[in-house]
Write a protein that binds this ligand. Sequence first.
Ligand code: HEM
Length: 468
Amino acid sequence: MTHSHTDRGHPTRSVYARRPDSVQNPLPTATAVDTAKILAEVELPTISKGPIIRRPRMVAAVENLGLEARAVARLQTAAEKYGRGPLMLGLPGRKMSMVLDPEHVHRILEESPEPFATAETLKRHALKHFEPQVALISHGAERARRRETNEKLLDHNQPIHRMAEQFMPAVREEAQVLLKQIDDAGGTLDYSNYFKAWFRVVNRVVLGDSYRDDTELLELMETQRARGNWAFLRPVDTEARDEIHSRIDQAVAKAEPGSIAAFMSQMEASGDFETSRDEDVQQIPQWLFAFDPAGMASYRGLALLASHPDRLEAARHQIEEEAQADVPLLPLLRATVLESLRLWATTPMILRETTQEVEFEHGVMPQGTTVLIFAPFFHRDEKNLDFAHQFSPEVWDHERTREEWPLVPFSAGPGLCPGRHLVLLLTSNFMAQIVGQRNIDLLSHELEPGRLPALLNNFSLKFHLSAR
Ligand code: HEM
């Protein structure tokens, strides 16, 4: 047993046994020039695109200028020069580090929220604009009970949510409405139409059928998310934030059958939660927010299918096989969404913050360090993955393990996205309605199967749908 007691049993730490700290044994630090390059080529494009709500014009610019590929290349150069890291950035007054080693990705995500807190400072400032009590930016016991509430409501370990059968009419009906609208308009599907239809599904599933056309809450959320993009640089609009919470509170009180709001109300009534009503209500803006990237990912998934006819055929085969199921599982369409997220991560930067000093092989990370995991660096690493730039749904035919290369579109460990199965359930079934009933051709882009682009702008993606 190792201990630091003296021979006489005094609980004082021996100076000899004391572990070197972040001052005596620092991690490698990037030079000022390299720090500037990493900030300019990795951080800046990510922030410009909009971390909390995407800015379509900036997404287009990043796509056109090829900045996403440059970001990955920049970190590859850094890893060659500095080794495994984590690499401290040479910033005055701010402790930041970039993760460069696949093993460290696993470790950091598994050792969340202690010592790697999910409640990182910038994230806290961004999310406080609409959900200051959400699990993701909470600490300790508060985080634990808020996380548990999310896990229960989202049935987070179940590929098929316990209420899935009740969600299916919304998915099928809204897809039908969308298809009719596209047919009537000559067959062109664009993101705006797709997004509106998708959010009609989301509103019905989360809040209830009568919220189908409620764009007001969505708009309120969008305005607050736009403020969130600026984090602490914008003051919180508490009135708008209260309005969001009060509308969600009303939906929970209404408890429309078949909605997760009703499930919440039921669980509250039966004393299943340690959280208060206020806390419960504040978990839901995160869901409404996060269903937005789910729309992007599934829409890009359609582009993958349209440009890979063999996969599309296989997906249609599964759709037909499960046509009679109450809730089809659709593994290939789920894997398509996961691939879309691997190729074009909607949470490209996973952030953590150290609550104490942490020892790594090559040095000690100070307390209060922001830890940056840039997912595309790992997801699109052609030096280590032969499928880096290809559509490879088979990599998702099993749960990814710690022994494997980190593919973390939904994060991992105790901070793993509790909504992932619900996302995959709803997106796969929504996509099935489209590709099961229509031919689908990509109009706006040409995707080369062996060399998929580093970014695919969902806002400019267009398809032509025709009768099968
Ligand atoms: C494509 C869609 C989505 C993606 C890619 C995604 C990804 C992620 C990621 C990467 C995290 C970890 C973030 C971090 O550590 O900072 C996360 C957390 C979370 N996600 Fe998702 N998510 C999606 C959709 C959803 C949906 C639709 C819901 C709810 C219905 C949801 C609920 C949550 C919650 C509650 C957390 C916080 C978990 C915690 O505090 O530990 N997500 N998600």
